[in-house]
Design a protein. Structure first.
Length: 144
């Protein structure tokens, strides 16, 4: 299989195998008017298998979403065919509208217009809590 290099854009590398579609959905990459390549189950010495997403356009990515979903991701910014910058997102202190509170008594279950906001309360266990009702949610991403 041949996947061409991109001249300008972003490469999301070291995605845990099987998580690329979730990232595609959360970043709303389907709404972009540019080429987006999802490469699944790529052999990796470091990880065994990994996914890669290539985006052939420059855009402002939500690194908080990436850090929450898979904190081991590498974000590579490509300019004129050369790596211009590399970032390693970390678990964010706060995430907005990534998770939905599962507590039926939470204000977010009743009021449709309220943002679902979670704060990181236990970094070592990747535990987030709803800021309104304190319900617990745990990140399923791998360790960085």
């Amino acid at each position: 299989m041949k996947i061409d290099a991109i001249k300008n854009g972003i490469v999301l590398d070291h995605i845990t195998a099987g998580r690329s579609m979730e990232i595609y959905r959360l970043l709303n990459l389907g709404a972009l008017d540019c080429s987006v390549a999802i490469i699944k189950n790529v052999p990796s010495k470091q990880m065994g298998k990994k996914d890669i997403i290539k985006i052939s356009d420059e855009l402002d990515l939500n690194l908080d979403v990436l850090g929450y979903v898979d904190p081991g991701i590498t974000v590579n910014y490509i300019k004129d065919g050369v790596l211009a910058d590399k970032k390693h997102p970390e678990l964010p202190e706060r995430i907005v509208n990534v998770l939905k509170c599962k507590n039926p008594r939470c204000i977010t279950s009743v009021e449709q217009e309220i943002d679902h906001i979670f704060k990181l309360t236990e970094r070592e266990n990747k535990v987030y809590r709803c800021i309104y009702c304190e319900s617990k949610a745990k990140s399923e991403g791998r360790s960085s």
